[in-house]
Design a protein around this ligand. Structure first.
Ligand code: ADP
Ligand code: MG
Length: 356
């Protein structure tokens, strides 16, 4: 027998038509998304687009003006009704770690457990320190730790009260690129091991893709697309997402039929149908890995820029005033500035938008 609700996904977090901001200024505008139990979601967007503001609303630090936020189907924020942060079972990790400088690592992690019996608390802190690989540093103070270690302490502290959801606001941005990548994968492992859901805020697309199951791309406080990383890259919903996610640029083209575009790079065949009329002026997304070197090609654009990057080289090619694009070649394919290089477009996903 099925109950009326049995087909509804068991969302952990539901954000419905959420708007919030400061004073009369709306920063987050009509945002809707839902996060499944155990999933890691991401708010990705340029600086100032409202990511931290949305996180503050989720945490209960900022009242909302429209819509609702539900955690495990219970409303935690409605206009005029905000469940206080400490009642929400939501943990937070910030960019600047925000550890208590006068407390040891163990006492920082145990801070949220200070009302529990000491033996329980000690055991729990021990388990968490092991989980974040800091068991040997229990008695150190924050200033004696590296940035990466401090951020692990912050994560363990947020996990200690067993929250249902963890919010991470640009947690790795103070770390160097290498450490950032390793720590983001570690944190993903830890969250997945514990089955804890999380929302990561970042402006770094690689971090978002490496760590998250689903990503919301935000612009000016509005969600442009909420999707799995693969689709954001291969099926961007609009020009902004196409430009913000991944590398690439647009070249002009003209729609032919419903699945091809005529451009100065030749006819680019698509794998999906568009509904635009024949002859519509469009912009076609060309990613650096859509271009291959082909000695037999008649298309011979000129190298106008060259950026050596070790195993590969990024070239900028010009066909005409209007049509420039980038291509990534393995670095043994070495061409000089001004050289005309035979290339061909090999895009398995045709991404184009009608010209504004
Ligand atoms: P992000 O985290 O995406 O960089 P924020 O959410 O911090 O963006 O900021 C979004 C917008 O809200 C910005 O225009 C910012 O100036 C404004 N803002 C942020 N915090 C406050 C505040 N406490 N009071 C007024 N305006 C704010
Ligand atoms: Mg921010």
């Amino acid at each position: 027998m099925t109950t009326p609700n049995s087909s509804v996904a068991p969302w952990l977090l539901e954000v419905k038509n959420l708007s919030c901001g400061y004073g009369d200024v709306s920063v987050v505008k009509n945002v809707t998304f839902a996060l499944g139990q155990g999933d890691i979601g991401c708010l990705l967007g340029p600086s100032g687009c409202g990511k931290s503001t949305m996180l503050r609303a989720l945490a209960g630090f900022l009242p909302i003006t429209e819509g609702e936020i539900l955690l495990e189907s219970t409303p935690i924020s409605l206009p005029g009704r905000t469940m206080p942060p400490e009642k929400r079972r939501i943990g937070m990790v910030f960019q600047d770690y925000a550890l208590f400088p006068h407390l040891t690592v163990a006492n920082n992690v145990g801070f949220g457990l200070r009302h529990q019996p000491q033996a329980d608390r000690r055991q729990k802190v021990g388990e968490l320190l092991k989980l974040v690989h800091l068991q040997d540093l229990a008695n150190q103070y924050p200033h004696e730790l590296s940035g990466g270690q401090q951020q692990r302490v912050a994560l363990a502290r947020a996990l200690a009260p067993e929250p249902t959801l963890i919010l991470l606001d640009e947690p790795f941005s103070n770390l160097d690129a290498d450490l950032r990548r390793r720590l983001s994968l570690d944190v993903r492992d830890i969250l997945k091991t514990l089955g804890i859901s999380a929302i990561l805020v970042t402006h770094d697309q690689q971090e978002a893709f490496a760590m998250c199951d689903q990503v919301a791309v935000l612009k000016d406080g509005k969600i442009q697309q909420w999707d799995v990383p693969y689709n954001l890259y291969h099926e961007p919903a609009n020009r902004f997402v196409a430009g913000f996610v991944g590398q690439g640029g647009f070249i002009p083209g003209i729609a032919r039929g419903h699945d091809a575009i005529i451009s100065e790079l030749g006819v680019i065949e698509g794998n999906r149908a568009y509904t635009w009329p024949e002859g519509t002026l469009v912009d076609v997304l060309i990613r650096p890995d859509d271009i291959v070197h082909d000695p037999d090609s008649d298309l011979r654009p000129k190298v106008v820029e060259k950026t050596f990057a070790g195993t590969s080289t990024l070239y900028r090619f010009r066909v005409s005033e209007d049509t420039e694009f980038e291509a990534l070649f393995r670095s043994h394919l070495d061409f000089h500035l001004g050289e005309h290089v035979p290339v061909r477009v090999e895009a398995d996903h045709l991404i184009a938008f009608p010209r504004a």
